[in-house]
Write a protein that binds this ligand. Structure first.
Ligand SMILES: [Fe+2]
Ligand SMILES: [Fe+2]
Length: 405
């Protein structure tokens, strides 16, 4: 097949190819670079080709001119021939690093279209409650997503499940109680952000991608904590009413900014300290490895929560008051509840003690108190990153749920 340039028209020989085997691709390609009114001489030998070509030209908005002994027909490129591309608007640019690539308020009817696609006008109206960049974006977002993807780990191979450690029934029970509590919190951390994914305009591709990876992280955390309990044939511990009450308030928060503040900035932020504590004090190497890997993931979840809220606060400083009000509201809702599962705190003390000797228990207790201080200080530091004063940060940090998450 050959296309020959003979200005101002061109010719094409499509040989025996018919419209039932893709002839239109070659015709479109040859017409693409011709100006409106430009002529394309078509040579073809498929049966009834001219009849089919005439129909195709009508559909595509080109003029069909009968041929001669050399050509089956001439096709004159029509003005309407750009079809769906005509008047199509570019939906930003695919690469978020380009200027103006990500629109501040993409129209809802862009729907699932790829960012950067040419959008044929019209079509159904989509409903995205989270439709502005301000509501979902973070300055460090593309980088955070790249890091999240690069840091994925396989539970089967990243953790040395066979690493030997001496069996101790009571330590195993304490570990199982801690894992039971962690799994419950992971379930909340998985479902709370998942509710928002379908509310976010797909134009903000990196937000959907990052949240999806975050949810996959939580699914992996549920897996490894579960595997740790069953590793030595252990049984799950206690799930308390107060724990479920605390976590349900996260799932019930309908506002994305407030939910990510409570969950990611305050809750997962507090969990970072807990996981680092377990990495340091867990009695066996498997639990320590798990805690280290999970903490790495959680640090990203916290970073997105902080980064997103910083972004939104830059244009909407009044959000700060709504964030504070959300902490107070949640505190009031939980004020009559029992707080942290006592079994969990006892398990923490025992794990940090490492034995039942009285002086070790005292040391474990002191470490658990230090952990609470570190959690409070961590929350205050993150609140200050969001522009709260020292005094406000201290007050809000103190009102955070006693369940940690
Ligand atoms: Fe997690
Ligand atoms: Fe998380």
């Amino acid at each position: 097949m050959t296309i020959t340039e003979t200005s101002p028209s061109r010719t094409i020989d499509i040989e025996t190819l018919s419209f039932t085997s893709g002839a239109h691709l070659l015709l479109k390609r040859a017409l693409r670079d011709l100006p409106v009114g430009g002529r394309l001489g078509v040579r073809a030998s498929a049966t009834d080709f001219a009849i089919h070509l005439r129909g195709w030209c009508r559909e595509q908005g080109h003029e069909f001119v009968g041929g001669d002994d050399q050509f089956v027909a001439w096709v004159v490129r029509g003005a309407a021939s750009q079809g769906r591309w005509r008047g199509a608007e570019r939906a930003g640019l695919s690469d978020a690093r380009e200027n103006d690539a990500v629109r501040a308020a993409p129209p809802a009817d862009w729907g699932f279209a790829a960012r950067g696609a040419a959008i044929e006008a019209g079509g159904p109206e989509f409903y995205y409650p989270l439709q502005t960049k301000e509501q979902v974006w973070a300055e460090n977002l593309p980088k955070l997503y790249a890091q999240a993807v690069a840091a994925q780990w396989n539970p089967q191979t990243a953790i040395n499940w066979d690493e030997p450690f001496a069996p101790d029934e009571e330590m195993e029970r304490a570990v199982a109680q801690m894992m039971t509590y962690l799994i419950e919190n992971e379930n909340a951390a998985l479902q709370a952000p998942a509710r928002f994914i379908a509310q976010i305009h797909p134009h903000f591709r990196e937000v959907l991608q990052l949240l999806s990876v975050q949810i996959a992280d939580e699914a992996r955390h549920v897996e490894v904590f579960t595997r740790r309990v069953t590793l030595r044939g252990g049984e799950m511990g206690l799930s308390t009413v107060s724990g479920r009450q605390s976590l349900k308030t996260l799932l019930d928060e309908p506002d994305f900014a407030l939910a990510s503040f409570l969950l990611s900035v305050l809750g997962e932020g507090t969990f970072l300290n807990l996981l680092w504590f377990l990495e340091r004090h867990a009695p066996d190497p498997v639990t320590r490895q798990i805690a280290r890997l999970v903490a790495q993931d959680e640090a990203r979840h916290v970073a997105f929560g902080v980064g997103h809220l910083q972004y939104q606060l830059a244009t909407d400083p009044a959000l700060r008051e709504r964030l504070a009000a959300a902490v107070i509201r949640r505190h009031d809702a939980l004020s009559q509840t029992a707080g942290l599962n006592e079994e969990v705190f006892d398990a923490l003390i025992l794990l940090a003690a490492g034995s039942w000797r009285a002086e070790d228990i005292a040391a474990g207790y002191a470490r658990a108190q230090t952990l609470k201080d570190e959690m409070r200080a961590g929350r205050e530091a993150r609140l200050e990153k969001l522009g709260f004063s020292d005094a406000e940060a201290a007050e809000l940090s103190a009102l955070h749920t006693r369940n940690f998450m």
